[in-house]
Design a protein around this ligand. Structure first.
Ligand code: SAH
Ligand code: SF4
Length: 393
């Protein structure tokens, strides 16, 4: 890592060992699944039908054992079992907060760990999933940002987090149960866990395509929100290739402050980011971009900030999500006072924008936004590395 290449995607990526033994079917696109089945000996003429059947077993019924795929011939099931596995991350621990929030620590290949958080609300249930182990970026208020990027998650590990949470919540339908009979516990997905999803674009895209596929998990694209710190070149692709809702970690109203809070701003500043957001297509009038804004005492929470924010986003269909700062050990900031947060919200609301204040959830189990960090990953970024990555070195 040199100071001349301030922020790149792969700086800390450790080359992955190729998987040994049978290949995992979880995370393959439909086309990928079809190719894998043909390579294992499925006649080409049958491949499309077999793909559909196996897809439904995995993603509609939540089956992990080929022997349970009763509409396939016995010897074909045996062939599948010799060639493939259906594998999801392993749950290392599950903590349930006093407010019902559940935080899962999941182990993935290589012994790495990621966190996934389920947040039940009266009208919905949101699963917050991770896209990377650690993060290359170094937002100064974010706990994950103090942890090196260890590696990108595979598509299977990303969609696997949803499958594991469905296991735990008992959300898979029972045999014979029709579509839509069971209330959806996981009704929304947010890519707001560990990592920057747009620095793992293809795997995030493939995983979300699987989550949206109508013959499986079947979540509407409007119920999936991807949060980015502002990786401008990938924003248009997000609309074209995933089509989900977009949230952006805005957090400041001047480049001077945003450079400090969200260092990727040194690469793509506020004006460049807003230009990309203005171009983000929406399919209906009700679709808005979420501007996330973490409330940091005396840093970005003044009335002048609120007014500047409103001026900056003029013309963008937007809602502003105010996030009271969640503290973590050693954090260099404090949460703004409630009266300040309310005054800030009021200015935005009066300018015509929805300005919900995100109630901190699961704080007692360190499951709130920006508190996630896997305890096993001891490799911390050094000051020198942070300086180099943020271009301050
Ligand atoms: N990397 C992506 C998504 C993960 S972070 C991104 O940065 O957008 C999800 C949200 O939580 C982001 O808006 C992030 O800025 C915010 N966040 C990070 N640390 C936080 C903290 N300590 N308190 C409150 N919000 C935080
Ligand atoms: Fe990475 Fe997002 Fe945390 Fe910034 S806020 S360090 S981009 S996870």
């Amino acid at each position: 890592m040199t100071a001349t290449a301030p922020i790149t995607q792969d700086v800390h990526t450790v080359p992955r060992k190729l998987p040994e033994g049978p290949a995992n079917l979880v995370g393959l696109t439909r086309a990928g699944l079809r190719d894998a089945l043909i390579a294992a000996g499925t006649p080409e003429k049958q491949a499309k039908m077999r793909t559909g059947q196996i897809w439904q077993w995995i993603y509609h019924w939540g089956v992990r054992d080929f022997a349970a795929m009763t509409n396939l011939a016995k010897d074909y099931r045996a062939l599948l079992a010799r060639s493939f596995v259906i594998e999801v991350p392993e749950v290392v621990s599950r903590q349930v907060s006093a407010d019902g929030t559940r935080k899962y620590l999941m182990r993935i290949a290589g012994g790495h760990e990621v966190e996934t958080v389920y947040i039940p609300e009266t009208d919905r249930g949101t699963l917050c999933i991770s896209s990377q182990v650690g993060c290359t970026l170094t937002c100064s208020f974010c706990h994950t940002g103090t942890q090196k990027l260890v590696r990108n998650l595979t598509a299977g590990e990303i969609v696997g987090q949803i499958m594991v949470a469905r296991d735990d919540l008992g959300e898979w339908p029972e045999p014979g149960e029709g579509m839509g009979e069971r209330p959806r516990l996981i009704s929304n997905i947010v890519l707001m866990g560990m990592g920057e999803p747009l620095y793992n674009f293809e795997n995030v895209r493939d995983a979300m395509k699987i989550a949206m596929d109508g013959e499986g998990i079947s979540l509407s694209r409007r119920r999936i929100t991807l949060s980015t710190s502002g990786v401008v070149p990938e924003i248009a692709r997000t609309a074209e290739e995933i089509g989900c809702m977009l949230a952006v970690s805005f957090h400041a109203t001047t480049d001077e402050v945003r450079d400090r809070l969200v260092p990727i701003n040194r690469k793509w500043n506020i004006a460049t980011l807003l230009e990309a957001l203005r171009a983000y297509p929406k399919l209906s009038n009700s679709e808005r971009i979420t501007f996330e804004y973490v409330m940091l005492k005396d840093v970005n929470d003044s009335d002048a900030d609120a007014r500047r924010l409103v001026r900056l986003i003029a013309g963008i269909p937007a809602k502003i999500n105010l996030i009271p700062f969640n503290e973590w050990p050693g954090a260099p900031y404090e949460r703004s006072d409630w009266s300040r947060i309310e005054a800030f919200a009021d200015i935005i609301y009066k300018a015509g924008y929805a300005s919900p204040i995100r109630t901190p959830r699961g704080e007692d189990i360190m499951a709130a936004c920006g508190q996630l960090k896997s305890a096993t990953e001891r490799a911390r970024k050094s000051r020198a590395e942070i300086a180099a990555e943020t271009g301050l070195g």
